[in-house]
Write a protein of this length. Structure first.
Length: 147
């Protein structure tokens, strides 16, 4: 996961505006950057920070995080208790009976391909229902795995 996070970070810092749109906000109905600017138009610090990651001086992903916050406001988030009391999480229902963490910089699942190469390895989080079937039903043939 650590490698996926850093590879994802480097990709996001170096990608173009259209790359950010395709990777992080593919289902956004309007221009997410305009929506973030509209939300923060009266905040003088937002102008200095910019919208695209490498254009920002102090917080390169502030606009991306705010766009995710705006997206999450439109989701019906539910508090899902886990078996461990301190591990409860906010989830949203993707389809009836199928849950996932709310979209964020770390949890947006990339299923796209670039140049014929899958971006699945750059995911920091995958819900169980997105795991390949063979990984979920893998039988261990290695005795060391049983330890």
């Amino acid at each position: 996961m650590r490698d996926a996070f850093f590879n994802r970070l480097f990709l996001l810092l170096s990608t173009s505006e259209s790359g950010l749109n395709a990777l992080l906000f593919p289902h956004w109905a309007s221009d997410w950057k305009k929506d973030v600017w509209e939300e923060f138009k009266d905040d003088p610090t937002s102008v200095a920070m910019g919208v695209l990651p490498l254009h920002a001086i102090s917080d390169p992903f502030w606009a991306v995080r705010e766009a995710f916050r705006l997206e999450q406001e439109n989701l019906a988030l539910i508090h899902t208790p886990d078996a461990a009391p301190r591990r409860a999480a906010l989830m949203h229902e993707v389809e009836p009976g199928v849950f996932a963490l709310p979209p964020s910089l770390y949890t947006r699942c990339w299923t796209q391909e670039i140049g014929g190469h899958s971006l699945m390895g750059l995911n920091c989080y995958l819900p169980d229902w997105m795991l390949p079937a063979k990984a979920m039903h893998k039988d261990s043939d290695n005795p060391l795995d049983l330890l």
